[in-house]
Ligand binder design. Structure first.
Ligand SMILES: NC(=O)C1=CN([C@@H]2O[C@H](COP(=O)(O)OP(=O)(O)OC[C@H]3O[C@@H](n4cnc5c(N)ncnc54)[C@H](OP(=O)(O)O)[C@@H]3O)[C@@H](O)[C@H]2O)C=CC1
Ligand SMILES: CC(C)(CO)C(=O)C(=O)O
Length: 304
């Protein structure tokens, strides 16, 4: 498949590299890493084994890439106002768009701009960070769950899922993308929020009894809001315990939002916090703890 990666940071570089290694024709739209990747290729340092792609197709502007079959979106959600500028030049009649970004509202905005029939969404249970230009670090996990947004064809979803599996990614197709998105928020809201506010990695929150209990309470609050959204596949309360156990295996992982704070970038507050709080309120569930995290993060974000 011909693939363009828009948002070639930790997530985009990692999955894009796996897809290229499996034989797909991948072009990365690059900014910070353009010179390093053009000159020396892309290095993946991975818990599954390091590898290097010596020849990588790199572009600085989407117009250099032109129409492609699949656009893989790995932008931070605070850059979603660049969708039109970065993605429109890549879209033709037979182009599909897959966003693996976190949070709510990404598929909706893509559908508004480019048509719902071509939009796929997914959640990535990946722990990846950027290294020096031209290097990405895969620290853990990597499973993705893909679903169709609205009327995108199921056959396309299957084709994309098969392609990810052939690249070595544990990729599952889900019937209810909305449920998958909320399941991911059950992790992102407590951990992105608390790790960023407390400047602490995941394991420190989990080994302290008070913060572990707070994480669980926030997870249950998010599950209650999720289940008020009319999901085809409601989220059981036990999912919180499952996520705690999954997180116990992460060790001293620093969520991407904590790194954004450290590096004084904007935070993904709208997609991960504001939209969840608004969706909860609209369906009669007040997300009080999430709302408090959001307010504190807005304070922190304004200080950056
Ligand atoms: N990292 C992870 O393990 C996971 C991340 N996610 C989600 O995936 C998304 C991406 O996260 P992550 O990869 O960590 O983020 P990064 O900050 O590492 O990557 C974002 C990329 O978008 C690029 N970008 C932003 N604006 C533009 C622009 N105008 N033109 C060209 N490139 C642009 C950045 O460019 P530049 O290179 O110049 O900085 C950067 O390479 C987020 O929604 C995150 O929450 C989900 C699961 C796991
Ligand atoms: C849950 C996790 C760690 C990826 O699995 C993530 O989404 C993040 O760091 O933002």
């Amino acid at each position: 498949m011909r693939i363009a990666v828009v948002g070639s940071g930790a997530l985009g570089l990692y999955y894009g590299a796996l897809l290229q290694r499996a034989g797909n024709e991948v072009t990365f739209l690059l900014r910070r890493d353009y010179e390093a990747v053009s000159a020396s290729g892309l290095t993946v340092r991975s818990i599954n084994g390091d590898f290097k792609l010596d020849k990588v197709s790199a572009a600085l502007r989407p117009e250099e890439i032109g129409e492609t079959e699949l656009v893989l979106v790995g932008l931070k959600t605070f850059a979603n106002d660049s969708y039109q500028e970065l993605i429109a030049p890549l879209v033709g009649d037979k182009t599909y768009i897959l966003t693996l970004q976190n949070g709510l509202g990404n598929e909706e905005l893509l559908a508004e701009l480019f048509g719902s029939y071509r939009i796929l969404g997914g959640v990535a249970f990946l722990c990846a960070n950027r290294g020096e230009p031209g290097t990405v670090h895969h620290l853990g996990a990597g499973r993705i769950e893909l679903g169709c947004f609205a009327d995108a064809p199921e056959s396309l979803l299957t084709e994309v899922a098969v392609m990810f599996r052939a690249a070595g990614v544990d990729c599952r197709q889900v019937r209810d993308l909305k449920s998958a998105r909320w399941q991911k928020l059950v992790w992102n809201i407590p951990f992105n929020g608390l790790c960023t506010l407390l400047n602490a990695p995941v394991d420190r929150l989990l080994t302290n009894a008070a913060t572990r209990s707070l994480v669980r309470d926030i997870m249950l609050e998010v599950i209650a809001a999720a289940n008020a959204q009319g999901l085809q596949e409601p989220i059981p309360a036990e999912f919180a315990e499952k996520m705690l156990v999954f997180s116990d295996g992460m060790g001293p992982y620093r969520p991407s939002m904590l790194i954004d704070r450290e590096e004084q970038r904007p935070l993904e507050l709208d997609a991960i916090f504001a939209r969840a709080v608004a969706a909860g309120a609209k369906s009669g569930v007040q997300l009080d703890k999430t709302s408090m995290l959001h307010s504190l993060l807005q304070f922190v974000s304004a200080e950056c």
